[in-house]
Design a protein around this ligand. Structure first.
Ligand SMILES: [Fe+2]
Ligand SMILES: [Fe+2]
Length: 284
């Protein structure tokens, strides 16, 4: 769902992991007015925790896009809900998932994107106000117990092969390790426009324009209840640490907030001018 308003600059809002119903409530209540207030031209929302705290389904997809997201990105909880396969496979959905899940063939093979991704999109190109915006989703390998291809090698391939003509390239690097995200930003900061990190649910205070040129923040934080432990009920989360035994998580409630960051770009050059963290609280 593209909501475009032309102006001298181009403003992108990225929103951190939407967690369960409280996160969707905060997002659907606050995002429409936030887009107006900040004159947002393009909005990306990480939805990997939107369905019950883990995964994305069609209902959550609709809620998030109708609230004002132009693209939804995912993360290590991508495959939790079977419906996500349809969402990722059909062109009518503006949703991408980490592109560096293993594919069992050489990334140098000359085949089209959809064949290469097996119906899963690791990136997309979205037109807005005459600009071509490439959005990429990657998953870090450090401290995440998941089989993954190298995100650096994957990015190298798609940046040069598919995204070289984009006016802006925006990356959601979903990862646990701050160092991996910073290293990625420094490695590719001269080729991308904006890198934001997601996954930890805790915002970092390092928003900046990197020496290489890209706007950067290690983690946006999360959208949901801040009354628990990274969006989950505190007692349940504490019990897991104390007992070391599996127990079902449930979402926390109360103190719901939207967290993210806004980047202003010079429209003519596509260069980022500023980046600022964003936080809005749901009125109690
Ligand atoms: Fe995650
Ligand atoms: Fe998350």
């Amino acid at each position: 769902m593209v909501h475009c308003m032309e102006g001298s600059s181009f403003r992108v809002l990225a929103i951190g992991d939407v967690v369960a119903r409280p996160g969707r409530l905060a997002l659907t209540t606050l995002l429409p007015s936030l887009r107006e207030e900040l004159s947002i031209d393009f909005c990306i929302v990480n939805g990997e925790n939107s369905a019950g705290g883990s995964g994305l389904d069609k209902k959550c997809y609709r809620e998030i896009t109708e609230a004002g997201a132009d693209v939804i990105t995912l993360g290590d909880h991508t495959w939790r809900r079977p419906e996500v396969r349809t969402i990722l496979a059909e062109d009518s959905y503006a949703c991408i998932c980490p592109g560096n899940y293993p594919r069992n063939f050489s990334v140098t093979e000359d085949i089209d994107q959809k064949t290469m991704l097996g119906g899963e999109r690791g990136w997309g190109i979205y037109p807005c106000q005459g600009l071509s915006i490439g959005v990429v989703n990657l998953l870090g390998r450090t401290f995440l117990n998941t089989a993954l291809d190298c995100p650096f090698a994957y990015a190298e391939m798609i940046f040069s092969r598919y995204l070289s003509t984009c006016d802006l390239i925006i990356v959601d690097f979903h990862g646990e390790a701050t160092s991996e995200k910073i290293a990625f930003g420094r490695r590719f900061g001269d080729r991308i426009s904006f890198l934001f990190g997601t996954h930890t649910h805790v915002p970092t205070a390092d928003e900046c324009i990197l020496p290489e040129g890209a706007a950067y923040i290690t983690d946006l934080g999360m959208t949901g209840s801040h009354a628990g432990v990274i969006g989950m009920d505190a007692d349940t989360a504490i019990a897991r640490f104390l007992n070391g035994r599996p127990s079902s998580y449930k979402a926390a409630s109360g103190d719901e907030r939207v967290r993210g960051a806004v980047v202003e770009f010079e429209r003519s050059s596509g260069k980022p001018i500023s980046i600022a963290r964003v936080e809005r609280c749901l009125p109690s």
